[in-house]
Design a protein around this ligand. Structure first.
Ligand code: FRU
Length: 492
């Protein structure tokens, strides 16, 4: 039975969606059907297609009582909306259906596990976070009668029932199910909790997979755990991080790479790195494709910088372009999904282009672009190299490489933004060589930068009017670049 709340949300989103022309959205980044979007949820393959749900408040471009929006794709690049999947309409989730994930059950049903938010009910005014299930066929989802399936009594001693959320499901080789969720101690120190189930419905606590010990912020939201290239990888989004050399402070993302101790179910010997260096990036989630690739999506926004939406857009929130993950030399590396190659048109390639003064190249301009550059020092070398994009007489957004400091700075302070949120951010590159390789993916309201074959990435949104289409290059000194560029377009 569909609730009144879900029917209302579906009618509302269908009507609003009709009012928003495709040109007002990114070309290939999934955006909120209407209203507000945050974390990706239920990122999975079911019935031969990719499903991506999202934290959703359809009625206004602000966070509100959480629903789950829903979209599907055959190639992770072009998305189609399906009706909203969940509304906060049962006692266990009446204050919101928070983040969660999806898995296919042995009987073929698609199962969602999400965090239900409910009043504590003892006059405390506080909200409990519990884990709930819903079963579906890829279109309609029915909530489980036995919700919640994990609650305060399932937590190990000392863990908070107020910050217990974001379950990420996985299926083990032996057919049993696992799930990691975010937990924390009374003094807000993150614990990643591992649960197990034989049938997907009955769950019990297995271990504390990883503990923060106050190293990286407080609570680690949206955890994900998987094995990749012989290593164990934990991704999460810490809150309240202190600024250090490697991390920029506030809400960030964290990747811990280590070894999995199967006996005790703990992650050991971890190395850490930020997942993305950018301004607008949070809440990652991955899936495994049928051909064995680990693909990550994330919210292309960050709680600390919300006010950067372009004026007049009738949606808020988009996801990153899904990325293929690998572990190379102990580091997490990311590349745009290879499916994007089918969208490349109008190739323009130039070799050994000298760059000092402003340089523009025939055919290289636009707001839906895939551009790869290799930059080398020319005669006497160079100090700074700048790429400007979304440029016209009034506006531009830059990536500036400082060769001496081995640092890249992104700067969108001239992108037309009207709020003084963070517009400029720098990061040191990890691997220094004489050549720097950059790949830039532009999609109307965003820029994603991949450094040295995805060793590091930088993600940001830009609100610049779409008429600003220029792309230009400058160097302080003499640089030489090879460049290959494509316009990204959907098949007719
Ligand atoms: C992360 C988060 C999650 C929570 C959801 C609520 O962005 O705070 O921890 O489930 O958003 O919308």
């Amino acid at each position: 039975m569909k609730s009144h709340k879900l029917i209302k949300a579906r009618e509302y989103e269908a009507e609003k969606d009709r009012e928003i022309p495709a040109e007002e959205r990114p070309l290939f980044h999934l955006s909120s059907r209407c209203g507000w979007m945050n974390d990706p949820n239920g990122f999975s393959v079911y019935d031969g297609i990719y499903h991506l749900f999202y934290q959703y408040y359809p009625y206004a471009p602000v966070w509100g009582p959480m629903h789950w929006g829903h979209a599907v794709s055959r190639d992770l690049v072009t998305w189609q909306y399906r009706p909203a999947a969940l509304a906060p309409d049962t006692p266990a989730d009446c204050d919101g259906c928070f983040s969660g994930s999806a898995v296919t059950l042995a009987d073929g049903r698609h199962m969602l596990m999400y965090t239900g938010v409910m009043p504590e009910g003892n006059g405390s005014g506080r909200q409990l976070q519990v884990q709930c299930l819903a079963f579906g066929d890829g279109n309609e989802y029915e909530k489980h009668d036995g919700n919640p399936v994990l609650a305060a009594t399932d937590l190990p001693e000392g863990l908070s029932c107020y910050d217990f959320r974001d379950p990420k499901l996985f299926r083990r080789a032996d057919g049993t199910y696992g799930c990691v969720a975010c937990g924390c101690t009374a003094d807000r120190d993150a614990r990643i909790l591992l649960f197990r189930s034989d049938n997907g419905l009955d769950w019990h606590f297995e271990s504390i997979l990883a503990a923060n010990h106050h190293r990286f912020g407080t609570i680690w939201e949206c955890p994900d755990f998987f094995l990749l290239d012989g290593k164990a990888v934990l991704l999460c989004s810490p809150m309240d991080m202190q600024k250090t050399g490697k991390y920029s402070g506030g809400k960030g993302t964290l990747c811990l790479i280590g070894d999995y101790d199967r006996e005790n179910c703990v992650l050991m010997n971890e190395q850490d790195q930020p997942v993305d260096e950018g301004i607008d990036f949070y809440a990652t989630q991955t899936l495994l494709t049928p051909d064995g690739r680990r693909i990550m999506t994330a919210w292309m926004a960050n709680w600390d910088n919300l006010q950067n939406n372009a004026e007049g857009l009738r949606w808020f929130g988009q996801m990153i372009l899904p990325r293929e993950l690998t572990v190379r030399n102990g580091r997490l590396c990311q590349q745009p999904v290879r499916e994007l190659l089918a969208y490349r048109h109008d190739r323009h390639a130039y070799k050994d282009v000298p760059v000092s003064q402003k340089t523009e190249l025939n055919g290289i301009r636009g707001r839906t672009m895939d551009v790869t550059l290799v930059i080398r020092p020319g005669d006497g070398g160079y100090r700074l190299f700048e790429i400007r994009l979304a440029e016209d007489d009034a506006f531009h957004t830059s990536f500036i490489y400082d060769r001496g400091r081995q640092e890249i700075t992104a700067d969108r302070s001239c992108s037309g933004a009207e709020t003084a949120v963070l517009h400029r951010k720098s990061f040191r590159i990890t691997e220094y060589s004489n050549e720097l390789k950059l790949r830039l993916v532009l999609d109307r309201y965003s820029a994603e930068l991949f450094v040295n074959d995805g060793e590091q990435t930088f993600t940001m949104t830009i609100g610049t009017d779409l008429g600003a289409e220029g792309i230009s290059f400058r160097a302080d000194g003499n640089a030489v670049m090879d460049i290959e560029s494509f316009t990204l377009r959907k098949p007719a």
